[in-house]
Design a protein around this ligand. Structure first.
Ligand code: NAD
Length: 360
């Protein structure tokens, strides 16, 4: 089968890591008889330089016409002095909204070989953890009514949170479906002891849980969830939560894995077309030096196969190849810490992953 993928390389290390992901997808395509066709489009700083705007119309049209989108990263010091509305990062919100991507999936997995990189104590991480955070991406307090007004103590600022039944239902279904593809455990995180939106959230999640009897469902208040993530992260499989709580908890979860160059993400909407990108930025300090860790981008491509193309063996094959490369002690510079290990380059790490895919 043939799949059309829009390739948004972006800035900084974006071109290096997207090249790695494309090579890995081609190797998987060869092994499992799929054809992946890549069409590059401009986004971010390189689009500002070439077309005068961070998100050209042609990029939006190209993404809408594709089966899925792979994004490297955008931004860099060259464009830092531009006003907010013309900065490279503005393209991210634009493309998410053009594609209607309201679900953000952020896995936080501790690779057994990288246990030492976690800031948590050995006894907490000794058996590893593998969490998927499902964050609502286009509603809640980040998009609510806001402004300044005169209040009881004079001038004040306000932000409001609103969630509709439809918004909660669609993110809820996305989370239950994700749980069905994993270990069938889902925790919904809210603040239903205080917030009205959370009480609606919780009641809808309970109703939806009846449609997924195989999923073991529970609720947690957000303050407790933040605590449980560092106390015993292994207890979690899938977590679903609102935009702001997800923003905070997913950063906390990524930090306890200890390695920003390893973490993938997916943004999904109602169609099969999603956008897949590493959680890190464009790393301008190492751009063009062949030092970047391509694994977060490669694992984002694996998520694309799983969530947009409905594959299982193919993403498993990529993830297992990454596991084996790490088990063999192969590390890019960001993963070596204070050890004596000789780091490999971005292209060498990619070659090692490719060799595991073709030889396994
Ligand atoms: P960053 O994630 O780019 O880099 C933080 C640190 O992590 C740097 O030292 C970098 O070298 C290192 N790092 C990041 N990814 C790595 C990888 N794959 N391999 C090895 N090391 C890696 O964050 P930053 O420095 O705050 O931001 C740089 C630029 O990226 C800014 O312009 C920012 O706005 C942009 N940004 C873009 C995105 C995105 O495109 N989604 C996300 C975050 C930041």
């Amino acid at each position: 089968m043939k799949y059309h993928i829009a390739l948004l390389k972006g800035d900084g290390i974006g071109p290096e890591i997207t090249e790695s992901a494309a090579a890995v997808l081609n190797a998987v395509g060869e092994r499992y008889a799929h054809e992946f066709c890549f069409t590059p489009y401009l986004i971010g700083g390189c689009a500002i330089d070439a077309a005068g705007e961070p998100l050209p119309e042609e990029t939006v049209k190209g993404c809408l016409a594709s089966d899925s989108v792979l994004l490297g990263a955008v931004g860099g010091p060259k464009w830092d002095d531009l006003p907010g509305s013309r900065r490279p990062e503005k393209a991210l919100l634009g493309i998410r909204s053009a594609l209607g991507l309201y679900t953000n999936l952020r896995p936080a997995k501790l690779f057994p070989a990288l246990r030492g990189a976690s800031p948590l104590r050995e006894e907490i991480v000794s058996s590893g953890f593998d969490i998927l955070i499902v964050r609502e991406l286009t509603g809640g307090i980040y998009f609510g009514e806001r402004g300044y007004r005169t209040g009881k103590y004079g001038e004040e600022a306000f932000d409001t949170e609103a969630y509709s039944v439809t918004e909660i239902e669609r993110i809820g279904h996305a989370a239950f479906r994700a749980a069905m593809q994993r270990n069938k455990r889902l925790v919904s995180v809210d603040k239903a002891n205080v917030l009205e939106t959370s009480r609606l959230w919780r009641s809808i999640m309970h109703r939806l849980s009846e449609a997924y009897p195989e999923v073991q469902y529970s609720d947690l208040f957000v303050d407790n969830a933040a605590m449980q993530l560092v106390r015993n992260p292994k207890q979690f499989d899938v977590i679903v939560t609102s935009n702001m709580f997800g923003d905070i908890l997913s950063d906390e979860a990524s930090q306890i894995t200890g390695s920003i160059g390893m973490l993938a993400s997916a943004s999904l909407g109602d169609s099969k077309c999603g956008m897949y990108e590493p959680i890190h930025g464009s790393a301008p300090d190492i751009a063009g030096k062949n030092l970047a860790n391509p694994i977060a981008m490669v694992l984002s491509a694996a998520m694309m196969l799983r969530y947009s193309f409905g594959m299982t063996a193919e993403p498993d094959c990529i993830e297992q190849a990454v596991d084996r490369v790490l088990e063999r002690g192969i590390r890019t510079a960001d993963l070596i810490g204070n050890t004596e290990i000789r780091p490999v380059s971005c292209t060498e790490m990619t070659a090692q992953i490719l060799s595991e895919i073709t030889s396994s």
